[in-house]
Write a protein that binds this ligand. Structure first.
Ligand code: GLA
Length: 719
């Protein structure tokens, strides 16, 4: 059992294999006592009433209970806690108070689904146990239910909250967090940024990472990790929070005058307000939390394996993804059927399994100024349609994929002529364009149906095995004229309910199609999208050297199989970096693998490389898809980057190293691997050298130190 309640002490204990999370009811409040390494027993003594008022009011009839100095599980605004709340409500009388107290709890086997929202799931009731604590505010008639789903074997607890209006008048939810945790110390740093890592000491005040862009965004990613100062990959405390949501969010860590810290993560209150009618329920997105006492490596693997196995779904969840070639950097908008078929022929010759037609196949689209929304084939460019190309490829054993940007509308489009009001907008305001496009109003059912129907129509024609689903601007003037004035701040959340409903229909109706999410690269690389699409185009920056940091940061919480990474041309189109083929390959191997170049233009030598590398990926694909990933060198702070994948049975290890900056005569670089069987003998595939596992982990392998942007790939197989 993972969840325990002690009636005498009113203590709730959530235990996983290595961690414990302890709460207690006091004065009707749900108080946080502990989160960390596993422990047992009565933890009441951990509660410390210090009477530190410092201008903060005391609770009535309760000397010493100073709400502002008490670690609360789900702090609500309006009483005397001055810190950031998890819940704010404006009652029908205008009062801004919500004061729910514990009334009951229940323990459920398994994990309930969250209606309309993406969430982690259990495949059997034994995998997870859920504690639901019910609180009630009789004055406002507000019921709050806190869900704690405990994946005991995975050291993960997920949380969300639901609010029910049991009163007789509507109320407004002004803000609602998915999780809030109070720590009794501020001895932390923070990890953040869209996957280029920044680590900062926690100071007094509030540190907020957020997006109000109507997307999780390139700028900040909806996760937060708190570490103790010395935490590294293999030692120290790390507390992680990941939000399962793709829209505007906020992740805050704040330290107050009592040197305590509160982490709050959830919807961004700046772009949210929800009118809750009597009898209605609002449920927050899920927040996935994990604690590791053994550093970041363990924390990442807790998140990555849960997301890979119990968030991603569908037939591609557990298998190596096809080796693909994407047409974008190969020809941008400049293609026709003949050129695509030639590229397809090369794919067949080189062992590439799937060719993707990127942007430019529909409407009259020859550049990015028109046609989004017109999801019919441009017969001038592709006479005979997509089917002609897929039939041609099928004969050669190559599958076809296709790009869509279904949430968008170009003002220069047939769709816009027919439905100028189908975009997000306010009637009396201008409509700002981003990349010459507007965003469709997915709060509307007719618009969602149009999106489903137009994508489904193309997929029903047959011959398409893969969809790249793009989203190339963020929201502004995000109004929806069909909504009444007092519901306009619901647009951000309603938009995502609409999007998720469309995606659910598509993934259900087209179970054989592999969906890849994209938003100008990784502008919506979040756990919400992973529920529908098991991989994401990690970044529009396809430069191998730049990707080192991006992929390193992404690996903190997301599975490697979710990161699409392609070998692109050299010089690279974004940075101009010239890198050897082997380095581009070594870096692209760390994700779902493919090519982003025109194979018909390659030298014979490079063609051979493509052939060899595609074969290599197929051979070791299982290790990349399901193996454990270990970060070995940090490109943010070192002159190199290194990592390894180890198969779950520890029989195969593939390790990569890239030298990003040469320091002449500078070092005797060696890379110590992780996760191997210490007593086993491993043979390196390319050199034939043999090593013991403990040698590889404690001394390591010599790495090249002389040629900038050069790399080495080691394959170690157990003898
Ligand atoms: C975005 C994507 C690219 C490509 C273009 C097409 O920028 O990230 O990979 O698909 O759109 O317009």
């Amino acid at each position: 059992m993972a969840v325990f309640y002690d009636y005498e002490t009113r203590q709730y204990s959530l235990h996983t294999a290595n961690t414990s999370y302890i709460m207690q009811e006091r004065e009707g409040f749900l108080v946080h006592l502990y989160w960390g390494k596993k422990l047992g027993g009565d933890c009441s003594y951990m509660f410390r009433e210090q009477g530190r008022a410092a201008f903060s009011p005391r609770m009535e009839n309760c000397e010493g209970f100073i709400l502002d100095d008490i670690p609360l599980e789900y702090p609500c605004w309006g009483r005397a806690d001055m810190r950031t709340p998890a819940l704010e409500i404006t009652n029908h009388d205008g009062s801004v108070i919500v004061d729910p107290r514990v009334v009951s709890h229940r323990i459920i086997k398994g994990k309930p689904a969250i209606k309309g929202l993406p969430a982690t799931y259990a495949e059997s009731d034994d995998e997870c146990e859920t504690l639901v604590i019910e609180l009630f505010d009789p004055v406002g008639g507000i019921k709050v239910e806190l869900y704690y789903c405990v994946f005991a074997q995975r050291d993960v607890i997920t949380r969300y909250a639901s609010v029910t209006n049991r009163g007789e008048e509507p109320v407004f939810i002004d803000s609602i967090a998915s999780a809030s945790v109070d720590f009794d110390s501020i001895n932390f740093g923070t990890h953040c940024r869209e996957r280029n890592i920044e680590r900062a000491p926690l100071k007094h005040g509030r540190f907020i990472m957020s997006s109000r862009r109507g997307a999780s965004s390139h700028v900040h990613n909806p996760f937060l990790i708190l570490t103790s100062p010395g935490t590294d990959e293999v030692s120290g405390d790390a507390y992680g929070f990941v939000l399962v949501y793709s829209g505007s969010f906020s992740a805050e860590i704040a330290a107050n005058q009592f040197d305590t810290a509160r982490a709050v993560i959830g919807l961004n209150r700046e772009s949210f307000r929800w009118k809750l009618e009597p009898g209605e329920v609002f449920t927050s997105p899920e927040c996935v939390m994990s604690y590791s006492g053994d550093g970041l490596d363990r924390l990442s693997s807790n998140f990555a394996s849960l997301f890979r196995e119990r968030l991603c779904r569908g037939k591609y969840r557990d298998i190596r993804r096809p080796v693909l070639l994407n047409s974008w950097e190969a020809c941008y908008f400049g293609f026709d059927s003949e050129r695509l078929m030639l590229i397809g022929d090369s794919c067949a010759e080189l062992g590439i399994e799937l060719m993707v037609i990127d942007d430019g196949w529909f409407g009259k689209r020859d550049n990015d100024r028109c046609s989004l929304g017109d999801w019919f084939v441009n017969e001038k460019k592709l006479p005979g349609g997509i089917k002609r190309i897929s039939d041609h490829l099928a004969k050669k054993g190559v599958k076809l994929g296709i790009w869509f940007e279904p949430e968008m509308i170009s003002p220069d489009s047939e769709l816009y002529k027919q439905h100028p009001n189908w975009c997000l907008h306010y009637n009396n305001r201008p409509r700002s364009e981003g990349r010459y496009q507007l965003i469709l109003d997915l709060t509307r059912k007719d618009v969602c149906d149009y999106i489903y129907d137009s994508v489904a129509a193309i997929l029903r024609e047959g011959g398409i095995s893969y969809v790249k689903w793009d989203f190339n601007r963020n929201m502004s003037e995000a109004g929806s004229p069909l909504l009444p004035a007092d519901r306009l701040r619901e647009v951000d959340f309603r938009y995502y309910l609409g999007l998720y409903s469309v995606l659910e229909r598509l993934v259900t109706d087209f179970p054989d199609v592999l969906f890849e999410s994209c938003s100008g690269g990784g502008g919506r690389f979040d756990a919400g999208m992973l529920y529908y699409m098991p991989q994401v185009w990690t970044s529009d920056d396809s430069d191998a050297i730049e990707r080192l940091k991006i992929q390193y940061g992404t690996s903190l919480v997301y599975p490697m199989s979710a990161m699409s990474a392609h070998v692109s041309a050299s010089p690279n189109h974004q940075t101009g970096h010239v890198t050897p083929f082997d380095t581009r390959f070594t870096v692209a191997l760390t994700g779902s693998f493919g090519y982003e170049l025109d194979p018909t233009k390659l030298s014979d030598e490079d063609k051979n490389k493509v052939r060899e590398t595609a074969a290599f990926y197929k051979q070791y694909g299982e290790v990349f898809a399901r193996g454990d990933y270990h970060r070995l060198r940090d490109p943010h702070s070192e002159n190199c980057s290194a990592w390894c994948f180890v198969s779950q049975d520890k029989n195969v290890c593939v390790a990569g190293y890239v030298l990003t900056h040469v320091r002449l005569y500078g070092n005797n670089e060696r890379v110590a691997l992780r996760g191997l069987d210490p007593d086993a003998i491993y043979k390196e595939k390319f050199t034939g050298a043999v090593y013991r596992g403990d040698q590889l982990m404690n001394f390591g392998l010599h790495a090249p130190t002389t040629l900038e942007f050069h790399s080495i790939l080691w394959v170690l197989e157990k003898q």
